[in-house]
Design a protein around this ligand. Sequence first.
Ligand SMILES: [Cu+2]
Length: 277
Amino acid sequence: MKQYFSKINQVITKAVWGIWFLDPPKDVSLDGYRIDNTIQYTDTVITFYFSVVVLALVYFIFKYRSRPGHNAQYDRGDSKKNLIATVAMGLLVFFSIDVVIEAMSFKDLKEAFWKFPKGSDVVRIEVMPQQYAWNVRYPGPDGEFATEDDIVPPLNLMHIPVNKPVVIQIAPWDVIHSFYIPNFRVKVDATPGMINAMWFQATETGEFEIACAELCGNSHYRMKGYLTVESESEYNAWLTSLAEEEDEWEEWDEWDEDPLEEVTIPEDWGWPWKEIR
Ligand SMILES: [Cu+2]
């Protein structure tokens, strides 16, 4: 039964997405399937109900049409029978869709999205969006944020190792933004005055888009970041190369030719990491 249902799910999802010429971005995360399942469940059940309603409508239009020997009747539809049927159908939709996806969502939050990983294995990253770019920060060799040896890659670049849990803490420099990685099915708002957190884990290497999912100004549409998922050794090599570059920048500072002068926010924008969950 369950297999049968998931088969119908696949067919309908393919049909719905196919019609819109929009294939969903490939899911490359540990828990993204949970979001997809909830969407597919909603799509399937709604498509089924919609089909039933349309078929019934067509059938009744044909059956009760005006024709020789039969006049079409006007019915106000306010009899007790009609009311009971209407309320019953409303409740059916409410319990079979709303209540079910609510239950699915809370299960997913409990089992995955709110169950933050702990321990030394966790990759921690601070993100500070600004109009219209992503600032990213790694703790550096001392493992602490907001210290001298933090690693700050060029704007809009984030690298993470594959198959390792990644925790993001995020706070905006200016207005509300939202950190969204469609291929991971996760999104977290950056709210002025708050530090928000989110975690995810990549299951495949590759290059993926970071999008801003909160209308944040007139260039919101081009607020794009680049997420690279790579092997742990490649990731470590990237961090090391950045740390070395930063040393070079310090020498540049001494020559009073700061290559970062175009960046409007100070380079030391980080905050001490605090476990939020
Ligand atoms: Cu934005």
